[in-house]
Design a protein. Sequence first.
Length: 245
Amino acid sequence: MIAVKGLTKIFNQGKKAECVAVDQLCFECKRGEVFGLLGLNGAGKTTTLRMLATILKPTSGSIKVDNIDVLQNAEKVRSKIGFLTGDTKLYARLTAKETIRYFGRLHGLQNDIINQKTEELSEILDMGKFIDRRVSELSTGMRQKVSIARAIVHDPQVMIFDEPTAGLDALTARAITEFIKYSRSVNKCVIFSTHIMREAELLCDTIAIIHKGKISALGTSEELKERTSENTLEEAFFKLSKENP
């Protein structure tokens, strides 16, 4: 579903100085799979996800989503992607329902489809108690559910989550991880970035550890632990990071 080859992003910092944020990444993610990106702050995870979501343009390399080249047809790729970060902004004056409907219209959905999807998402995300309340009145956890709903109202085949549980309480974070499981169960292709190793171990079928813009290790949680002779993914991650200074 997603094929990334030689993906590179270089930022110019003035006076000919350059920062290589992402350096020759190569990986694939299939339908019904959760692919995890782990790395320290500044490793290149968010830059990678923003290129996948067509927000940033790569310096070089290629990204294909369902065999569609991101650089050649970004608009068509966007129709297949739902992108969620931990700090997605919402319109404070709109209700949760109005927010979902607004983004449904942006994706060109008909009103009957929007109504159907709003009801479905309200049930899946347990939003019934606040669906008609303004975003300004909602808790952080409620807002994150609204953010998920507006990101997937068009039923995208690819879900991209950039640290979606950051700053959330345990109950809301669990709701997010359960939704990621649900996305996999309905054959979505899921790219998932997190700093929480327990989440990665629980959710990810394949994990890529990114260090200084490069993939330093790739495999299942068990394979990474076996490679480092560690009992937990967290310890394996620390060891792999130290091996690649």
